[in-house]
Design a protein around this ligand. Structure first.
Ligand code: DGP
Length: 114
């Protein structure tokens, strides 16, 4: 499958790894919108929020259990924001489910991660 984030997970494209386990991979966004801008993706290919099902949602739960630790490791000391853009109206540009973690500074109200 020709998926950018699958290639990053596989190590075929270099990235600034923040955290990895059997289920997820977290890395620095290539064009950060805040001092801390990390993407967390499931290792299995899920196209977007629209493709979360009862069969694959356990990995999404694991990601959300881990996000506070990833945010702290990445440098968020006093809060952070989590965003997932889904579909054209939200401006999703990579069709592999991902959660933006933004922080490291006081965030403007309107920031969509990309
Ligand atoms: P979205 O537009 O919500 O689908 O977010 C996609 C994000 O992916 C965007 O903030 C930029 C980031 N991105 C795109 N290509 C690369 C890449 O090759 N490496 C890294 N680290 N991030 C990327």
């Amino acid at each position: 499958m020709d998926c950018l984030f699958c290639k990053i997970v596989a190590g075929e494209i270099p990235s600034g790894k923040v955290y990895e386990d059997d289920y997820m991979y977290a890395f620095r966004d290539i064009s950060p919108e805040a001092k801390v801008h990390v993407l967390v993706v499931p290792k299995q290919h899920i196209g977007s929020m629209d493709e979360i099902t009862a069969e694959n949602s356990a990995v999404v739960a694991r990601i959300f259990e881990k996000i506070p630790e990833i945010a702290r490791m990445a440098g968020c000391e006093s809060g952070y924001r989590v965003i997932s853009n889904c579909g054209p109206d939200a401006g999703q540009s990579v069709m592999h489910l991902h959660f933006h973690i933004l922080g490291g500074e006081e965030l403007p109200l309107h920031i969509r991660g990309n």
